[in-house]
Design a protein around this ligand. Structure first.
Ligand SMILES: [Zn+2]
Length: 266
């Protein structure tokens, strides 16, 4: 198992596990691949900057949403909130929650009733618009609590592109998996770490040519993945892989036909 905390400059970063899901491969790769089961973890990232406590993505939440019950299984010994407590924090300590995009497996603990009573939730406007425009019954539309125009207030604060959430946490739009999909750079002094969210959520997904069937814009995923992973390899920073079950903290190396993740030893 990878280490689940690391220092980035003078900030502390904790990886909080929210369990494992299992689903038919067809739900991730598209129709025609239904015979295999795919498993994935949910590794949200907690950044303690000293002045703020920022959570990057928010797992599946207290339980699997009803509309996913016949397609997903959720296995956990402990959930994200238990791991938050183990890391030494209470729910009220979290000041900011940044959602990479609006799939159910990334936003659960950020929904109502609020798990983090003192936190502001940050969502890209493009991601919310995409969810709103999806047909009824489709994932991102069902996942978000409010999709009528104008009613997002009270749940989240909308972002419009790249932004600094707090000093030390910077979001960058890298769409493809979803419109307005954002990754997070964690930076302090000369040190950094990267949270790729679903741009490259596991070791197999470091391959630029392997794109999930649910991606809104596969070519954008491919291009963004190459650009971002090239940067991560050059900077030599640890990368946190949201859905990777065990080896979720890796250094990125360029290979002949793509990238590989090597267990981070920092
Ligand atoms: Zn995901």
């Amino acid at each position: 198992m990878a280490q689940n905390s690391l220092n980035v400059g003078n900030m502390k970063v904790h990886v909080l596990n929210d369990g494992m899901f299992a689903t038919d491969a067809g739900n991730l790769f598209g129709e025609g691949t239904k015979s295999a089961k795919i498993k994935g973890a949910m590794h949200a990232v907690l950044v303690d900057t000293g002045n703020a406590l920022v959570l990057l993505d928010a797992g599946f939440g207290p339980e699997l949403p009803e509309y996913l019950e016949d397609r997903y299984e959720l296995e956990r010994e402990k959930d994200l909130m238990a791991h938050l407590e183990e890391a030494g924090y209470g729910p009220e300590d979290v000041t900011h929650v940044v959602l990479s995009h609006l799939d159910a497996d990334h936003i659960g603990w950020a929904l109502n009733p609020p798990s983090f009573p003192s936190a502001t939730v940050y969502v890209q406007e493009a991601a919310l618009e995409e969810a709103r425009e999806m047909p009824e019954g489709e994932g991102r539309r069902e996942a978000v609590p409010v999709i009528e125009e104008g009613t997002e207030e009270g749940w989240c604060k909308l972002l419009n592109g790249n932004a600094e959430i707090v000093e030390g946490v910077r979001v960058e739009i890298r769409s493809g998996h979803a419109e307005g999909h954002q990754i997070s750079w964690i930076e302090s002094e000369d040190d950094a770490a990267l949270f790729t969210a679903d741009l490259a959520p596991g070791k197999v997904w470091l391959n630029p040519d392997l794109i999930g069937g649910a991606d809104t814009d596969p070519e954008a995923t491919r291009e963004n993945r190459i650009e971002v992973l090239t940067q991560a390899a050059k900077r030599g920073v640890p990368v946190i892989l949201y859905h990777e079950p065990k080896d979720f903290l890796v250094a990125i190396r360029k290979t002949e036909d793509g990238f590989e993740g090597v267990t981070w030893e920092g």
